[in-house]
Every structure is written in C-alpha cells, then in structure tokens.
Design a binder for this molecule. Sequence first.
Ligand code: ADP
Length: 472
Amino acid sequence: MRTQLYIDGQWLDGTGTLEVIDPSDGSVIANVATSSDEQNLAALEAADRVAADWAKTAPRYRAEILRKAFEIMTSEADYIAELISKENGKALPDAKGEVAYAAEFFRWFSEETVRTPGDFRLSPSGDKRILVTHQPIGVSLLITPWNFPAGMATRKIGPAVAAGCTMILKPAGETPLTALHIVDIMERAGLPKGVLNVILPAQTGPAISKLMHDSRLKNLSFTGSTAVGKILLREAADQVIRCSLELGGNAPFVVLDDANIEEAVKGLMLAKMRNGGAACTAANRIYVARSIGDKFIAEFAKAMAALTMGTGRESGITLGASVSMKERNKIAELVDGATSRGAKVHLGAKTPDGAGAFYPATIIEVKKDDEILANEVFGPVAPVVLFDTDEEALALANDTEYGLISYVYSEDLKRGIRFAEAMESGMVAINRGMISDPAAPFGGVKQSGLGREGGFDGIHEFLQTKYIGVEI
Ligand code: ADP
C-alpha cells in the first residue's frame, strides 16, 4: 500500500501524516504523508519543468501508456475494489463497479489520444486558409473528492495524459490510498517522471490557493462541492486559469403515470442506492405521479428493505458505511429535520448505534416544499413527493440551483423526450437509472459546474484551441 507523496518521480515522506479511517468501524487503516508548502511547490516545479517535452511526445506513445494503465488496473481490480471499500466504506459490488468504470477512462482516452481532430477551411472570401489545431494547456491541478476515489482520478488523469498535460493531483484526505495506488499504476505503465505528482497538504485551502496564484499553473480540474468550486473559480480569476468544475447535484427522478413501475423501481435503486447514495448523480428528489404513488412506494420499499447493511467488503453486503461519522451525522440530521416537520416514514430513518458510520435505507414522503429537497443528501435516503400533472412535475424538477442530471420514466418516448428537453440539467436519463459512461460527456449546467468529462469533449478540458490564419 502506497502512503507517501509522489513528486518528480519519487515517493517521499511528508512533513506530517494524516490518518485514513475505515468508516465501518472507526479503525485507522494507514497514516498517509501530508505535504509542506515547499513540497507542493516542488510538485509544481517538476510538472512545469517537464511540460514542454511531455507536450511534444507522440500521441501514440501517450496512448500506449494509458492502454497499459488500463490493463494493469483491470488485472488488479479485486485489490483496488477492496482498497476503495476499506477507505470509503462502500459495498464491494459498488467498489467493483467503480474500478471497471475508472479503468475504462484509461482505455477510452488511450483511444482518443490519437484522434484529436483539427480543422482546415477556406475563408468565406476564398483567399485565406483557416487552420485550427489543439494544444495541451499545460500544468493542470486535479482535485478529487472521496465518493469515487478511483473514478474521479482516472477521469482527470486519462484526458490530461491524452492531451499531453502535466499534472498535480490532490486527492481527498478521506480516501488518498486509492489515488496513490493509481499513481503507482501510472508509474508502472511508464509515465515519465514529473508528469504526474501527488500532494496532500495538511491545510488544503491555503496550500491550493498558493498554487492557484503561481503563474506556472495553467488549468484546474475540480470535482467536489459547489461551495468549494465557487472559491476556486474566484481564485482562478486572478490569473484567468482555465477551469473545469464538476460540482454538486440535486437530481430529480420523475416517474410519470404511464411508467413501467417495475422498471422504474429498478432504475431508482441504481439512481438512488449506487454507492449508498453518495454520488452527485444520486436521485435526490423522487417525484411520483399520484395515481401510481401507493403502488410505486410499496414496490420501492420492498427493494430497499432487501438491502443488507454492513461492512462494505464483507460478502453479501449491499449497503456499506458512509465515508465518515461526520457525513453520516449530516444525513441523519437531514432526515430528522424532515420527520420533525411531518414527513411520513415508509422505511428506515433510524440512526444506528455503534462506531460504524452507517445509515439505513430510508424512504420518506415529504411535502413538495420540504427543506430536505433543497439539500444534496449524499446518503441512502429517498424523499418522495407525489404530483398531479406533468407541468407540475417539470416545474418541481427544475426548481433548484443545481443542474447535473435528471431522470424520467415514461413508456411514451415522446413524453420522455419532451421532458428531457425541458429539464434544466447537463444530463438526462430516460428510462435508465445510471448513464455515467466514459464515452459520454458528463457535466452539469447552472451551479453544477462548467465543462464536460469523458466522451469526445473530455480531452478538450486539457487542450486549448489555436487558430492559424494563412494567406495563400
Ligand atoms: P466533499 O463535500 O465531497 O468533501 P469538498 O468540496 O469539500 O467536497 O472536497 C472535494 C475536494 O476539494 C477534496 O479533495 C477537498 O480536500 C478539496 N478542498 C476542500 N476545500 C478546498 C479549498 N478551499 N481549496 C481547494 N480544494 C479544497
């Protein structure tokens, strides 16, 4: 298990350590090195020093490093899944799903590396040529959250390598072990020294702020909360640093009156319960047509009650722990608040005793203006609201400052597409509970972020467009 920093191709101790906790029992898994300001600057210095040479490497060469990383990661999938489950708490089936998803970013971007398109056109006046090419932006800071410790790292490292950018990775303090293992894989896959560096500052805010004000830094790719995203966007303004921000979500899951209930329940189980609800794509507000409300809630409650909660990596467990007691307590507080305001409990809603950061699968029926609907719960809690008309459902779905993903279930595709087009989100799932796909552009509108990761767009977060005008 790697527990050191990785700077300029060397594994190094830091100036302190940080405890990584197993949230299912509160025990310490490892002490990971934390970086000093000097070490953070050394990482930036290394990334800057090798940037020009790295940018000039052949796309085929970079593609093969990513392909090798995909193969190593796939061959170590079981080990990585256990590591994720241990430091994050999620159930092993979720962790295995994450590893496959994460590795796929390496494969997808290994294929994209050699296919970056350019453009060559005749000017409308006919006497000039318009050449458009794309060049690596340069040193990129990658900041990742704890909910997908592997997926969020590969989703940034993959396109950065593909584009020819050098990197400084700052993983979440709760889950650095998986990120360090991925960096170890990149090293074994042949990534040259200095191209990827990992720091873990003891005081994140001030340390990152220093990097954001160093002229050698050119690009930021951040996944995390909207609150921190806004701080970083303000900091980026000082040097006009390019930003790709994947922020919070508050996904509506709309079940129209003609939906296939069985399919919609299956979809909701994925949309709500994958990762124990700790996903920015998690269905956070469930809107169900009143005419099918009772039947839907009964079926959904059956599926939720069939989950087995416990230590994520043990066999048969389908609902693991939250990442920390702090996160678990936040979930409990939100549910307690809703029940104190009169929410009807259909399942769960009781905080367990003990040292593990557990919260049970919970269904509550709430009024359409209940406060819980304005919060990203990030746990196994499904607040359900009944609605009467499609117009009402659409207005409720869009009544949020977030806009990452929306879900809609209807057997009438026309109706589904009408909804999808009117939903204010960067992604819409029609009759599907999970649409994240390395081959598709992931990202939000409104306060859910800027930019897209994955798909054809993903590499462009690490490239800048250059127009070359030619007189012939
Ligand atoms: P979460 O609620 O998922 O923990 P955060 O936005 O707090 O979301 O954290 C996401 C990532 O951002 C983590 O790696 C965290 O350490 C980092 N982070 C937190 N505060 C700051 C900050 N002020 N500047 C830069 N990164 C930060």
